[in-house]
Design a protein around this ligand. Structure first.
Ligand code: SF4
Ligand code: SF4
Length: 102
């Protein structure tokens, strides 16, 4: 039996073991999706971004489950960030280099 190695590698990419590392990125709000005001801050250029707390994560992230607490209202950028994409793999690599498990 042949096993497609590329398919196996892709299957390993899952948010379940990633500790939401992409939720530490700056998230600009470029469309209105209903994000509550208390999760929004204004950046140095006057643009709206998701508020991040001192631990680096987005304020809307549940720190125990690593789930988004505003999933239905999350920003467009979060909706378009694909699991397994080059950006996702970059973030996971960063977590790995910090000693995390991906
Ligand atoms: S970096 Fe990728 S695997 Fe990790 S939480 Fe974000 S989308 Fe999921
Ligand atoms: S809004 Fe949700 S999906 Fe987007 S960065 Fe914050 S916690 Fe993550």
């Amino acid at each position: 039996m042949k096993i497609d190695v590329r398919a196996v590698a892709e299957l390993k990419v899952t948010c379940a073991t990633c500790r939401a590392c992409c939720c530490k990125l700056e998230v600009m709000l470029i469309t209105e999706t209903g994000v509550p005001d208390y999760f929004i801050e204004i950046d140095a250029w006057g643009g709206e971004v998701m508020l991040r707390l001192e631990d680096g994560w987005c304020a809307a992230l549940d720190r125990e489950t690593y789930m988004c607490t505003i999933y239905e209202k999350r920003p467009l950028i979060c909706r378009e960030f694909e699991t397994g994409s080059a950006e996702c793999l970059d973030e996971r690599q960063g977590l790995l280099s910090e000693g995390g498990r991906v």
